[in-house]
Design a protein around this ligand. Structure first.
Ligand SMILES: Cc1cc2nc3c(=O)[nH]c(=O)nc-3n(C[C@H](O)[C@H](O)[C@H](O)COP(=O)(O)OP(=O)(O)OC[C@H]3O[C@@H](n4cnc5c(N)ncnc54)[C@H](O)[C@@H]3O)c2cc1C
Length: 466
């Protein structure tokens, strides 16, 4: 952790008084509260908010924005704080806006299959409520038990089912937001059809709290898939993973296609409550979740074995076994967080994944011969997570400085393949300096202009994204 700089944005005595009057005991400044709500899952940025507030209604959010404009303080929206790009970090005297108290499911519309929620509802609760109604909310990721719906909209979260169901934006039917100008916008209204000009709802999704504060989200639900099974394959060589993907996509409805390296598996099983799925280790593993059609999946597996693309496989025989196989993949992020990894969340066109991984793996091994590098990701949608683990004997600053030096080379390789430097975690503080690798000068200028339209005084999440 670096030493916090002097706060760049101060909260004046008059601003503090106004907040205390408006929020009562929901305005907090105790050091432990500031440390807790001032950061997200990243641990590499200084944390120094002036205060944290807990609004309970849209009207209070609107008042808060007006107070920020009047008194000149800045706001950092904060959801479940599971973000991996520093988007919810308050490093410089901002006021954190926690949506923890706006956590109610407001209404279910069975005809439209719509669920209207406050932003602080946890993503897993949306899925549970959908299930209780005989329906399905298909956005799922390892931190869904803590991430909030508002945060998942602000980051356009992806996760493990994107190959079949797409990102969060595919499931948002309506939004209510308070802009940085203090206006309340109702966007989408749950309509299936609405061709009335620019789609501001889609603009808001993935904007990382820089255009507006999300105060209500209406998500569309769908029919649940049939019974799902999980197959984990041991892969002798990475380039063949795309042949495996194509084979399975032809054979069965694939709902997830994930991969992880042997080092990732080693770290997860070392925690003690899971065991290796195969007697013989392989350099890489693929986890394939599919709907029904076990015979077709076994034929596809045989084909992969005969072609030499897979060396072994294990198929779940029960829901419980499927869940344990999933944990081999889903527990990776949390397991390696003990090493405060330097994370890269990158995407390239699906067909280019093997070429990209080979090139970057060579580069990374040359740059970090002494460091452990863990690969995993949602490979079915071209999304790779490259994690460099910090050794115990190196300081956070020295480690990050070293990793930062290599990042531009990795991003140049991403750019050359037409990829993205942030597939699903967002830009936040972490990728801000590298945005030009994915967005042109003209695009960034337009983004700046849009930001000024929605937030003329720059009160929302300053210093993030752009
Ligand atoms: C173990 C682990 C696994 C993960 N796996 C995935 C994955 O597979 N796919 C994926 O996409 N992400 C993943 N993430 C990242 C993270 O969980 C997602 O980005 C999630 O959507 C963040 O939600 P949150 O509520 O925690 O947001 P926060 O971290 O609190 O905030 C994220 C951003 O949203 C803004 N924000 C929060 N609430 C609001 C609001 N109401 N209005 C406006 N802006 C708001 C914040 O300012 C910030 O910029 C993972 C994280 C962890 C720790």
């Amino acid at each position: 952790m670096t030493t916090p700089p002097a706060p760049a944005y101060s909260l004046s005595p008059a601003g503090a008084e106004a907040l205390a009057e408006c929020f009562g005991d929901r305005y907090r400044t105790a050091p432990e509260d500031l440390a807790h709500w001032g950061r997200d899952w990243t641990r590499s940025f200084p944390v120094a908010p002036s205060a944290v507030v807990f609004p309970e209604s849209e009207a209070e959010v609107q008042t808060l924005v007006q107070l920020a404009r009047t008194h000149g303080f800045k706001l950092v929206p904060s959801g479940g704080r599971t973000g991996l790009s520093g988007g919810a970090v308050a490093p410089a005297g901002e006021v954190v806006v926690s949506f923890d108290r706006m956590n109610k499911v407001l209404a279910f519309d069975p005809a439209g299959r719509l669920l209207r929620c406050q932003p602080g509802v946890v993503v897993a609760e949306v899925a549970a409520r959908a299930q209780a109604e005989g329906l399905y909310y298909p956005v799922d990721f390892a931190s869904a038990g803590s991430a909030q719906l508002g945060g998942s909209v602000a980051t356009n979260a992806g996760g493990i089912k994107v190959i079949r169901y797409g990102m969060t934006r595919n499931w948002v039917a309506g939004l209510r937001v308070v802009t940085g100008a203090g206006d309340v916008l109702e966007l989408g209204r749950g309509l299936v059809k609405d061709n009335t000009g620019y789609d501001l709802k889609q603009l808001m999704i993935g904007s990382e709290g820089t255009l507006g504060l999300v105060t209500e989200v209406t998500v569309r639900l769908t029919s649940p898939p049939g019974p799902l099974q999980v197959l984990v394959l041991a892969l002798p060589a990475f380039p063949d993973v795309m042949n495996v993907l194509a084979t399975f996509e032809r054979a069965v409805p694939v709902t997830a296609f994930e991969f992880f390296s042997d080092l990732a598996l080693e770290k997860v099983v070392a925690r003690g409550d899971l065991s290796r799925p195969f007697a013989e280790a392989a350099p890489f593993y693929a986890l394939i979740e599919f709907e029904g059609a076990e015979d077709a999946a076994l034929d596809a597996f045989e084909h992969c074995l005969e072609a030499g693309w897979a060396q072994d496989g294990v198929l779940s025989q029960s829901g419980e076994q499927a869940a344990r196989l999933w944990r081999l993949r889903e527990d990776i992020s949390e397991t390696i967080s003990a090493w405060t990894p330097y994370k890269n969340d990158i995407a390239v066109p699906v067909a280019a994944v093997p070429e990209f991984l080979a090139a970057v793996d060579d580069r990374v091994k040359a740059a970090y011969p002494d460091l452990e590098v863990v690969w995993f990701g949602h490979i079915g949608d071209g999304n790779l997570h490259l994690n460099i683990l910090k050794p115990d004997n190196v300081s956070q600053e020295a480690f990050y400085a070293r990793c930062h030096q290599v990042s531009p080379e990795i991003f140049a390789a991403v750019q050359a393949l037409g990829g993205s430097i942030s597939a699903e975690h967002g830009v936040g503080l972490l990728k801000k300096d590298y945005l030009h690798f994915s967005r042109s000068d003209a695009e960034r200028a337009l983004m700046q202009g849009l930001r000024r339209c929605f937030d003329p005084d720059g009160v929302l999440n300053p210093g993030k994204l752009l």
